[in-house]
Design a protein around this ligand. Sequence first.
Ligand code: SF4
Length: 353
Amino acid sequence: MPAPPCASCRKARAALRRPRSGQALCGTCFCSAFEAEVLHTVVAGRLLPRGAVVAVGASGGKDSTVLAHVLRELAPRLGISLQLVAVDEGIGGYRDAALAAVRRQAARWELPLTVVAYADLFGGWTMDAVARSTAGSGRSRSCCTFCGVLRRRALEEGARLVGSTHIVTGHNADDMAETLLMNFLRGDVGRLARGGGLGSPGEGGALPRCRPLHLASQKEVVLYAHFRRLDYFSEECVYAPEAFRGHARDLLKLLEAARPSAVLDLVHSAERLALAPSARPPPAGACSRCGALSSRALCQACALLDGLDRGRPRLAIGKGRRGLDEMGPPGLHREQVQTPASEAVASEAVPSF
Ligand code: SF4
């Protein structure tokens, strides 16, 4: 049976049905609709003011590739300029190939690219070195816990280095829903308190961050990359299978099979969550080491690095963090510790930025 005509232009044959609406569109009309929706997200949310110098967290993966491509298309209308900032975590056999994809994108799209490396920023620590340090501790899955915190810091440093005023990351709706589920499953009210997906406004001197794809489904991100013939890196990080995020992802797939709107419903729920006054995070101060906004004496990144340097990486995360940080409220476990928005990274980062 021939494909139906495109519901938008009525000229070409439809090449897909939009996963959530069921609308049959040709590839060209789908890509135009996708770009218009991202434009609406940015404009309606007032995410990127005219004149903004925007650092795109570029990992080479599909999400950041699609984000960079869409923003490049929209940049003249938005009045923004773009910089690609990539982070080299020091993951042998993975990151080098992903960075090669970012370099190809930068060359093809004529966008400036800056690469910042964990080893340079964090006293020689690479993710492979962190993994060796935590091996046998019974917390191997914490690689992503370390990496998420450090990568957030590295991206901030890279963006500042190139004079950016804003940071954007490629988190899509599925990523946001997974993070929300993880926070619920861990009882992490501090992160739940920060609510929805638009990002953080830039408290405590941190650069404002936003996620222009946070309402776009993973399936549509892949479809957009396909129809725009984007070149991206699709292998999974060697540490990803250990991450708790995988369980949230599996659960989300089951939920979505029963209720196709589950992903977006979760994202919208997060935007409307309100905590009781007694559960709200304490006012944030400054990290005593680096000055970043922190509700503890040491921010997450400094606490993690401190634990690694002491050869006690387990103390850098979880309950043991109390031992590094006597200023925090006594008796709080990690799940109850409140962190400010500037530290608002899931304790496992999304593999693709
Ligand atoms: Fe880092 Fe992502 Fe790899 Fe986890 S999966 S170690 S967050 S690059």
